[in-house]
Design a protein around this ligand. Sequence first.
Ligand code: HEM
Ligand SMILES: [Cu+2]
Length: 567
Amino acid sequence: MSGSTDALREMDWYEDGVWKWVTATNHKQIGILYLTTSFGFFLLAVIMAMLMRTQLIVPNNTLLTPGQYNQIFTMHGTTMVFLFGMPVLAGLGNYMVPLMIGAHDMAFPRLNALSYWTLLAGGILLYSSFLTGAPDAGWFSYAPLTIQPYSANAAMDYWSISIVLLGISSIAGAVNILVTVLTMRAPGMGFNRMPLFVWATFVNQFIILVALPSLAAAAIMLYLDRHFGTSFFNPVTGGDPLLWQHLFWFFGHPEVYILILPAFGIVSEVIPVFARKPIFGYSFIVYSTLAIGVMGFTVWAHHMFSVGLSLVADAAFAFTSFTIAVPTAVKIFNWLATLWGGSLRLRTPLLFCLGFIGLFVTGGLSGMALAVVPFDWQVTDSYFVVGHLHAVLFGGTALGVFAGLYYWIPKMTGRRLDERLGMVNFWLVTIGFLLTFQPFHILGVLGMPRRIYTYAANMGWNELNLVSTLGGYILATGVGVFLWNVVISLRSGETAGDDPWDGWTLEWAASSPPPPHNFDSLPLVRSARPLWDRKNPDRADYLRHRPPVGDPQLPAGAKIEQDETQR
Ligand code: HEM
Ligand SMILES: [Cu+2]
């Protein structure tokens, strides 16, 4: 195995100019393309969020016109979900999954490239709508706002075609990861030994395969309605706007799990390594992931309590929404039990995981509150919902992504991120988060509707809006510190070595960054912690869980087999 500086020098494909990136098919390069692209869009969406918050800092503000405000919240939401959340997780999955299962690449490298470039095309198309007027019907684009006469310009055409492209990208990516995990795991890595991030990403791809077609179909139907005289959603000509809502939320709720499961996976990787304790209940985490994958498809109409479904439907969807909290809580308890009594190393990856647990739980709890139908009737379409969704998507997904990046960037680049800046990053983001989004819950209960561009001074909303906007600036500064940290650490950060965190899973057996083919040699996988086994031959997991006597995999008298060469 070559040291990291050698590996860096071997990595001429990291530096070979634009053409090498355009033609890249290696999963690590594609992963980095996904990650940088998603952060580019993240930056745009954060800037749009700051425009919104600046508009709302005082009552009767005129920074943005109502029309501009509509475009900006629509583009912010659409970007965050489709061009930041999904691709950043696709990037981490692309880069890490083959390494964690001991494979040399994805199953279909060129399909992988196609997924990425389709994503980029969809993103560029969506943003080129700003030339003529961007989509303005909200991220869930409810009919009939999206059809004539309400939507007269081309904005919703940009939106629907982009969504179809992004759907194709995700579905192709899902097929790729599924086949990779099913067919390319290292010798010995049964499903019961797969790293939990791989499990989460694996289950996620099934959700994508079932959910995204519903959205893509809806977007195509919308396009047909707009240009080919069909009438799926137009009530005037006999269509049904609620059909849009069903198709959208049949995708939209599972989408929340698409955005959160890999973050759960990251937390399940980081906490044990930094608490120096195996995960409390490996199979509990796996089965709860599977349960969420299935149950996520049974709750969609909790987004539609206010449209006048039947009482039975309301009760049924409220019930399924409560039950899905159970597998989520199982995970939380498992993480806490893993932390309990561990010797915690409070480095940045663990800090972000702790923040994740705290903030995500607030989102889970407000979600349970929203599943109570009469309460939902009161606060639906208010800032309470905006507070809830950001607790899940920022407190959950974004913090999980930060944890994963602090954990894995040393593997990807050969350099550690700066710990001190990481702490500043963490505290700015956490404090900024609390100040920005907790006031939203109170504002919602006080009656402030979402998606309004301004408000009168006598509503009692002034102070909380001021606090929220100032909090937003702190939050955005935190994001800026992260980007700054990446830039300066890649230039002059401490070199990481192959295994900076004393890790347990296979990615840490490769050099940092890994060579194009990933591994020169691999430990034989005999437990969920193959690298830990190799480092601790006398206490290896498989020795403890299955005594060597009678273990068919273990030659009599042998302590541990040395590396198996893959090729
Ligand atoms: C810097 C952090 C962020 C800030 C300050 C922020 C701010 C806001 C604000 C003020 C709104 C409400 C607009 C309105 O209803 O008038 C909003 C909506 C939204 N945000 Fe964020 N946001 C942030 C990050 C995120 C992230 C990370 C995600 C998802 C991954 C996200 C997803 C959404 C969605 C889906 C909407 C709903 C858009 C709509 O109503 O159509 N946001 N955000
Ligand atoms: Cu939902």
